[in-house]
Structures are given as C-alpha cells and as structure tokens.
Design a protein around this ligand. Structure first.
Ligand SMILES: Nc1ncnc2c1ncn2[C@@H]1O[C@H](COP(=O)(O)OP(=O)(O)OP(=O)(O)O)[C@@H](O)[C@H]1O
Length: 264
C-alpha cells in the first residue's frame, strides 16, 4: 500500500506546484492521474520515488516512510519501485535481455553490477518476464531494433525484474498508436492484477484511462479536484479538471476550427 500524507512541493523558484496532496493506493489498485499540462502530475510521480525531493509531507510504502529515508536508504527502497517511462529509457545498444536484467542492478553487490554478472536465478526470471510480455523470441535483439510498442514491453519486463512493490508509470502510451496503446495498458493492467501491485499512471488520454484503471485522480493547479471511479468522470468533473471545453464536439466543429486556424 502507498500512502501520501500532506505532500507539498515548491521548486526553488516559483509557487507551490503540489498543495497538500493526501491519498492512499491499496494493493492491486491502478490509479490514473489526469490533469492539464502543468497541473503537477510528473512532479507528483517523481516525488513518490524522490527523484524530486518533496518540500513537505510524508510518503509511506508498506512500512517504510520514504520521505524520511537517507539517500542510501532511499536507494534500497527505490529498487522496489518500478518505473515505466514514455520514452522507454532503454539502453539502445544493449540487448533486450540486458535491458531487462538492468532492473536487477539495484540488488547486486557492486562487483557483480560492475561486471554485469547476474545470478542464474535472475536470468531465469528475466526469461519468464520476457515471455510474460510476449518478447521471448526477441531476447538477443538490440533494443534499437524494436518497435515502440515492443520497447515499452521491454520497459515493463525491466520493471517486473525489480520485483516491485509499486509501479509508477509516466505517460506510457504517449508515443504509441491507439491499438498499441490499448495493448500496453491491457498488459500493465493484467500484470498489476496478477501481482497485486498498486500503480499510478500519469496519462493524458482520458478515454484510455477510463477503460483500464480502477480509479482516477484529477489534478488541477497542484490540488486533487477529483478522486473517484472512471465512470464518475462526468462532463462537469472534466470541466473542473481541465476548464471549459465542449467535450463532445461534432467532427465538423474540429474541421472548422482547423480551417479557421489555417486561414489565420
Ligand atoms: N525543475 C523545475 N523547476 C521549476 N519549476 C518546475 C520544474 N519542473 C516543473 N516545474 C513547474 O511545476 C509545475 C508542474 O509541472 P509538471 O511537469 O509536474 O506538470 P504536469 O502536470 O506533469 O505537466 P505535463 O502534463 O505537461 O507533463 C509547472 O508549472 C512547471 O512549470
């Protein structure tokens, strides 16, 4: 279980970008984090694993209070937090298998990680994860030979190799076509269900989020303005999160807008 208590963040310059955020995510629950650009979604995700230092408040993962740990203690905890990124963050010149195994680096003593000497158990598990994400036949390919969807699957297998207690997912489908996006969301959903993993997914595509997450948290100006089930996301709520917009425009309206923009 993940618990945020009165989390606040202000960068060195500027206003508060997270203002008193509190919520809990139980085992196995997938939360979609939505909100307009600049609402604080990426900052929130990065505060949880302390890639960005929170200014105030506490973050608990299972029994550990992450926000109170020293840098070295946090390094130990961070290996339990799987991250999946929009741009995959793979090492392009390494093989698919080596990329998956890199999820184990945080567990190895220095000499093993320096020599990239992975225990055979890690290698067996990595094959299992590659099989789980449908890439068992691509283990020896270089990462840069894969399509975007396949790369994201490697990112998911690498996160699994960490044996995580939490998944943090930052715009996993932003670089993918609609069909591949759905496949990736379905894969993340089934992995969370199978492993009882809590997940927070920063996602711009609201209909996609509604289809695959259990709960939606809407951020606006660094505050939670909605926390509920995907089917409670009414037009009023969308307006509260994103501001005024016609949520069901006729296709013709879009074409007109485009035409007007081109003329202008
Ligand atoms: N390193 C930084 N220094 C100062 N301000 C920052 C920094 N990173 C982000 N911000 C500001 O914090 C606010 C929240 O940014 P954040 O990237 O978390 O929003 P977001 O909801 O993830 O946006 P997007 O959907 O566009 O990625 C913005 O006003 C942004 O300008």
């Amino acid at each position: 279980m993940l618990k945020l208590e009165h989390l606040k963040k202000r960068y060195k310059t500027g206003p508060w970008v997270l203002k008193d955020i509190s919520f809990e995510v139980p085992e196995g629950e997938i939360v979609g984090l939505i909100g307009p650009s600049g609402a604080g979604k990426s900052t929130l995700i990065r505060c949880i694993n302390r890639l960005i230092e929170p200014s105030e408040g506490n973050i608990y993962l299972a029994d550990a209070c992450l926000s109170k740990l020293s840098t070295s203690q946090m390094r130990t905890q961070r290996r339990k937090i799987g991250m999946i990124f929009q741009e995959y963050a793979l090492v392009e010149r390494l093989s698919v298998m080596e990329n998956v195994l890199s999820g184990r680096l945080g567990y190895l003593p220095f000499w093993r990680s320096f020599l990239r000497k992975f225990p055979s158990n890690d290698i067996d598990n990595a094959f299992e994860y590659l099989d789980r994400v449908g890439l068992i036949n691509h283990a020896n390919k270089r990462a840069d030979e894969l399509s975007g969807g396949q790369r994201q699957r490697v990112g998911i297998a690498r996160a699994l190799a960490q044996d995580p207690r939490l998944l943090l997912v930052d715009e996993p489908t932003a670089s993918l076509d609609p069909k591949t996006s759905r496949q990736i969301m379905r894969l993340i959903q089934s992995i969370c269900r199978e492993n009882g993993l809590p997940a927070i997914i920063n996602i711009h595509d609201v209909p996609l989020a509604q289809q695959f997450v259990d709960r939606i948290i809407g951020l606006q100006g660094g505050e939670v303005v909605f926390d509920g089930k995907p089917d409670e996301l009414t037009e009023d709520v969308l307006t509260r999160i994103y501001g005024d917009e016609d949520w069901h425009p006729e296709p013709q309206d879009d074409a007109d807008e485009l035409e007007q923009a081109e003329v202008a």
